[in-house]
Design a protein around this ligand. Structure first.
Ligand code: AMP
Length: 394
């Protein structure tokens, strides 16, 4: 599994049957002065500096040359490379084997995800060179949400902006949603096709989705990952009139507006302290007003979205928290459920405190609507999709 960012490359060897990751690691600061790669192979860990300017290909060269060929990891049998690609536009509603037309379509979607898709392509190109004998598979963050009805994915803008330029809601975190929904259905003990779930993927980027019988019917991220919830450094929903005001009255250039909304807003912008939820919870508990306020905005916005998704779902069988914040933040989960008291959610404080760091389970009382914490495992979905695609080809 490869997950390429513009200056980073995460890799993991994933067993598609069990989800186990015997080998994993990350190359960081790629293309900069001091790139490095760190890895974990079973119980062993290591870190290595790479040559200045080394990029994605160097990380894969190291992975193939050192980790897989020379180290004990040669016992791992690789059958395919699965790539996480952020934006598949309307081209992809499922994962696909990569060929030249796939690469062209991912390139075509780069206009919609200029920060993410070019990085995904770097990973694909480097992996095609490093593993010429292996099939490559692309798994798209947007694909799961291609089932949204038109009244949910269209913006109330002139229709030609959609028909000519593809301006619509696409949504992200689909791979994570697929995993947690399957898991939630198992925990509830009913077929996925019969359960309605609201899932909140709360990491540095955060979104929430309404999923009816395993099918996504609405989600908070939009054409880009900026819409919806308050995030680490992204603003989520704002009045678009503010952008015009910034440009026309305060003379912000487009690149400045982009930086402001993407990198300087959200938890960081409100708290004026940090984008990191854990740091903010600690500060809030120490009485830091900005941290408290940032968390209040975060939880209130999320609770409002969850309540709104009762509209398409009508019946909600489970509310699922996942992602770094969803899986770990006792504070955020408690505050969100407090807002949702009117919808029958009653927190089980003891369970909420107990569940963190990789554990799954129920955080509401037996006489309450059901809220679950489920650690996500996008890598497993990517590995499973890759295996399924190469098996169906054979
Ligand atoms: P992710 O992008 O999924 O890795 O999630 C990153 C976010 O999870 C950051 O905001 C972290 O502060 C947050 N996070 C991780 N551990 C905790 C924790 N124990 N309490 C609160 N937030 C946490």
């Amino acid at each position: 599994m490869l997950n390429a960012g513009s200056s980073s490359l995460k890799f993991a060897v994933v067993d598609p049957q069990t989800g186990a990751q015997p080998l994993s690691g990350i190359g960081e600061s790629l293309g900069n002065n001091k790139p490095s790669v760190s890895w974990r192979y079973r119980d062993a860990r290591g870190e290595r500096a790479l040559e200045a300017g080394a990029a994605h290909g160097a990380v894969l060269g190291f992975l193939v040359g050192e980790l897989i060929t020379n180290m004990a990891a040669r016992d791992l049998q690789l059958v395919a490379v699965g790539h996480r690609v952020v934006h598949g536009g309307e081209y992809f509603s499922h994962s696909v084997l990569i060929d030249t037309s796939t690469v062209e379509a991912i390139e075509a979607c780069s206009a919609l995800a200029p920060l993410h898709n070019p990085a995904g392509l770097l990973g694909i190109r480097a992996a095609t060179e490093a593993f010429p004998q292996l099939p490559q598979v692309a798994v798209f963050d947007t694909a799961f949400h291609q089932t949204l009805p038109d009244y949910a994915y269209l913006y109330a803008l002139p229709h030609h902006l959609y028909s000519e330029h593809g301006i619509r809601r696409y949504g992200m975190h689909g791979t994570s949603y697929r995993f947690v929904c399957e898991r939630a259905a198992k925990l509830i003990g009913r077929p996925l096709e019969e359960v309605n779930i609201i899932a909140a993927h709360l990491g540095n980027g955060a979104s929430v989705a309404a999923i009816k019988g395993g099918i996504s019917v609405d989600t908070s991220m939009g054409m880009t990952p900026m819409e919806g919830l308050v995030m680490g450094t992204r603003c989520g929903d704002v009045d678009p009139g503010i952008l015009i005001h910034l440009a026309e009255s305060l003379h912000y250039a487009p690149a400045e507006i982009n930086r402001l909304l993407n990198r300087e807003s959200g938890l960081l912008g409100i708290s004026e302290l940090s984008n990191d939820c854990r740091a903010l919870v600690e500060a809030a508990l120490d009485g830091h007003r900005g941290a408290e306020l940032a968390l209040a905005l975060f939880c209130y916005r999320l609770a409002k979205y969850i309540a709104a998704y009762a509209v398409p779902l009508r019946r909600i069988d489970a509310l699922v928290f996942t992602g770094g914040i969803g899986e770990n933040s006792v504070y955020v989960r408690a505050k969100v459920l407090e807002w949702l008291g009117g919808f029958g959610y009653l927190l089980d404080e003891e369970n909420n405190r107990r569940i963190r760091a990789g554990a799954e389970g129920r955080i509401t009382r037996a006489d309450s609507s059901l809220a679950l914490v489920i650690p996500t495992n996008e890598e497993w979905i990517i590995a499973r999709d890759a295996l399924q695609l190469i098996e169906s080809r054979e």
